[in-house]
Ligand binder design. Structure first.
Ligand code: GDP
Length: 449
């Protein structure tokens, strides 16, 4: 069955100098030719060239003066015959052109349908298709750079080469299991010859990834008792008056958030005042409470803020963990020696002493946030992975680490682990994805993409 010819506006809605409509499918040329009242043969003479034309309605009235281009299959984004119509960028003009194109036999495109067709026609693989979404969502130069690298095929190439290395190791193990008499496993020296380089390759790949890109900005939650200066810190860090600062306890009722860019990474600072009133008093209990809160908030990082003049209870390293960071604010209210000691103590726990009032420690706080998020989520300009891909990557790494343990003594298990690694690889590259998962992935795209 031939796929229908689809149409959608490729440019954002609203007023602009130019609006672009795209068609993809076998009837693209025919529809265009009717719309601009030209012979399809004439258009076909100059593929991939912009041509000035008038676009007519059914009654022969001019709807718009447009530039049109015809991109014959297979050399187009989707791999199908495609047409672009560049009209004037007003709402009425776009609606009129779109209505006429539908009238001439095109069908409205679904979310992400152009990219999906490109995927189905082998013009892109899934990681590249998802990179299209990342390109569009990129909010900083660093994020854009990472997405471009995926679109250019860097992730596909790296995954491909890792996959090949796993396949070779698995094949050698299987061969030795099937033909135990020759050559024996030890003399094959699979660990140093195959597995170690494989792990190094996988580790390097993992280091260069940026995780959790579906939610856009990394989520940094500020929690703590009322009136310790959470809103003031957010205001100072973002340089904007976004949160309500007040000297009355518990006035920020709803979570207030602000998005900013630090070190090329977008992050959202969220103030969770109000909810923190029921927090338990003990430091360790609080930590547990805050972690629960963090999970609820989907936070990547939680800053637990407290007053500097509060006696430091025994703060234990393990209570804080990777994603919880102790901050003490109002350093200006304690004396210098006290401040130095407290700051040292907090730094040992991965935290800091700051003052939202005089600005002390806030530059260090920015650096600390960037560093922590880099550690947790990968570099801002890393190759972006969606949550789905990041989970598959975790599975892949876990399987490889299991194989590392089993290879010497339980080689059958190692083979099994490597097969699991291959399955995870299939999920990562999209080779093993079910159609309904593809539906879900593309439904998050916007129409016209
Ligand atoms: P929140 O309830 O934790 O969000 O706290 P706010 O940001 O609303 O601040 C509560 C009060 O503490 C306000 O009166 C602020 O001006 C004050 N405050 C905030 N940060 C500092 C600081 O570093 N030093 C001093 N002395 N006061 C501060």
């Amino acid at each position: 069955m031939k796929s229908p010819t689809i149409v959608a506006a490729a440019s954002a809605p609203g007023q602009g100098a130019v609006a672009v409509l795209r068609l993809s499918g076998p009837k693209s040329l025919e529809i265009l030719a009717k719309g601009v009242r030209l012979d399809p043969k004439t258009i076909r003479l100059a593929p991939r060239r912009l041509r000035l034309a008038r676009f007519y309605d059914a009654a022969g009235e001019v709807l718009d003066q447009v530039l049109v281009a015809y991109m014959p299959s297979p050399k187009s984004f989707t791999g199908e015959d495609m047409v672009e119509v560049h009209g004037h960028g007003g709402r009425a003009a776009v609606e009129a052109l779109l209505a006429r194109l539908l009238d001439l036999g095109a069908e409205p495109a679904g979310a992400g349908e152009f990219t999906r067709r490109a995927l189905e026609n082998g013009k892109l693989d899934l990681s590249q298709a998802e990179a299209v979404a990342r390109m569009i969502e990129a909010g900083s130069r660093a994020e854009l750079a990472g997405a471009v690298r995926v679109l250019e095929g860097e992730l596909s190439q790296k995954l491909g080469s890792l996959q090949q290395a796993i396949e070779i190791l698995l094949a050698e193990i299987e061969a030795s299991l099937n033909f135990p008499e020759e050559p024996d496993l030890e003399s094959l020296d699979l660990r140093s010859r195959r597995l170690e380089p494989l792990l190094a390759q996988a580790g390097a790949l993992e280091q260069g990834l940026r995780r959790r890109v579906d939610s856009g900005a990394a989520e940094v939650v500020l929690a703590g008792p009322p009136n310790v200066g959470k809103s003031s810190i957010i205001n100072k860090l973002s340089g904007k008056q976004v949160a309500l600062v007040t000297s009355q306890a518990g006035t920020t009722r709803d979570a207030v958030s602000v998005e900013l860019e630090l070190g090329g990474r977008r992050l959202r600072l969220v103030d969770t005042a109000g909810r923190s009133k029921e927090m338990p008093a003990g430091e360790a209990d609080r930590a547990a409470e805050v972690l629960a809160l963090a999970r609820a908030e989907q936070a990547d990082l939680v800053l637990w803020v407290d007053d500097a003049w509060l006696a430091a209870e025994d703060m234990e390293k393990q209570a804080w963990g990777e994603t919880l960071l102790p901050l003490r604010n109002k350093a200006d209210l304690i004396d210098e020696t006290q401040a130095e000691n407290l700051d040292a103590e907090l730094r040992a726990l991965g935290g800091l002493l700051v003052s939202a009032l005089d600005g002390r420690g806030l530059d260090d706080l920015s650096d600390l946030l960037v560093r922590r998020l880099d550690d947790l989520l990968g570099p801002a300009d890393g190759l972006p992975l969606t949550t789905r891909q990041a989970l598959a990557m975790d599975k892949l790494m876990a399987a490889l680490r299991r194989a590392e343990k089993t290879l010497d003594h339980q080689v059958e298990l190692a083979a099994e682990d490597l097969r699991s690694a291959m399955d995870a690889m299939g999920e990562l590259t999209g080779r093993k994805l079910e159609p309904d998962l593809l539906d879900r992935i593309f439904s998050s795209f916007c129409i016209g993409k």
